[in-house]
Design a protein around this ligand. Structure first.
Ligand code: 3PG
Length: 305
């Protein structure tokens, strides 16, 4: 049984070692494709793989066509918008994610970005503090819940809205449940995005919504670039010199956002989940899920049912 790790953005070596142990303990063989630069390399590598562990790597119909022996793809992480689920189902391939395994890392980076933003990107001028500010969390999944936990440590007031999570669940975490996303943008000093990229959410963070923010509003995006309506956000930031946008997902319009010096920052690569701990947690969970799938037929965490 050949298990391939295909990661354009590699796991920490210690995580690869952990994955290898799990795979070899089960009597399977591990293959590694890291830092590949062309799709062709991925297509070649999947040819004889029975399982693939990926991160934000794109698995589409062309890759699936080439993967004749493939039975399962595990996205070591949360978002699986990089996998063509319909094509995977057609090819008889099970797709899973590893929910929650990298969420603390993403939540910590939210605050790394926020402290950087409120301290004027460390330019030496007096900034502001997070304590006492109101943070709005858009989507209360694993990352959103961790963000709420850390925000309380900073002494922030916390509100959240999630179209799929009942208000009682949010209130049980001692977080104010906003009645809709408009309320979050209207009432919070900072809004942190944790929605997945779906047909409903793509382009949903637009001028009308962000334009509701109070003076000095900050949007922090560690979700997906696709959820932002980039032309509209640029238009708004041109009209409102007080709005800041910080993200770990380089926008398509990065060059245009760059004009907003002191109000815009993006990490060069998606960095939220890029810690040794998150790599170990998500990578080993992926390996264990693959072993359980082949040995016990376990399909827990399957997302293409
Ligand atoms: C996720 O969906 O798990 C995060 O966005 C992390 O993505 P990455 O594994 O590509 O860093």
């Amino acid at each position: 049984m050949k298990i391939l790790i295909a990661t354009e953005k590699p796991f920490a070596p210690v995580a690869v070692e952990g994955i290898k142990n799990e795979i070899e303990k089960a009597g399977f063989q591990l293959a590694l494709l890291e830092k590949y630069t062309e799709k062709k390399q991925l297509i070649e590598a999947v040819a004889d793989a029975n399982a693939v562990i990926i991160r934000s790597d794109k698995i589409d119909a062309e890759v699936l066509d080439a993967a004749k022996e493939l039975k399962i793809v595990v996205r070591a992480g949360a978002g699986y918008d990089n996998v063509d689920l319909e094509a995977a189902t057609k090819h008889g391939v099970v797709v899973m994610n590893t929910p929650g395994q990298n969420s603390n890392a993403v939540a910590e980076l939210v605050f790394g970005l926020l402290v950087f933003a409120v301290r004027n990107f460390y330019n030496g001028k007096a900034g502001t503090e997070l304590m006492g500010k109101k943070l709005g969390i858009l989507a209360f999944g694993n990352v959103g819940r961790n963000v709420a936990r850390v925000a309380k440590g900073f002494g922030m007031e916390v509100a959240a809205y999630d179209a799929f999570c009942p208000a009682e669940v949010i209130e049980a975490a001692e977080v104010h449940a906003a009645k809709n996303q408009e309320e979050l943008f209207e009432t919070c000093d900072i809004v942190s995005l944790h929605i997945p990229a779906t047909p409903e959410t793509k382009q949903s963070i637009n001028k009308a919504l962000v334009g509701k923010m109070k003076k000095g509003g900050i949007v922090v995006n560690t979700a997906r670039k696709e959820v932002i309506n980039e032309p509209e956000l640029i238009e708004l930031m041109n009209e409102r010199q007080d709005i800041k946008y910080v993200t770990d997902i380089k926008p398509d319009a990065d060059a245009e956002f760059a004009q907003f010096e002191g109000r815009y920052f993006s990490t060069p690569k998606k960095m939220g989940a890029q810690t040794a701990e998150a790599n170990i947690n998500a990578g080993i969970a992926a390996a264990k899920q693959i072993v359980a799938f082949f040995k016990e037929g376990c399909t827990k965490f399957q997302v293409n049912k």
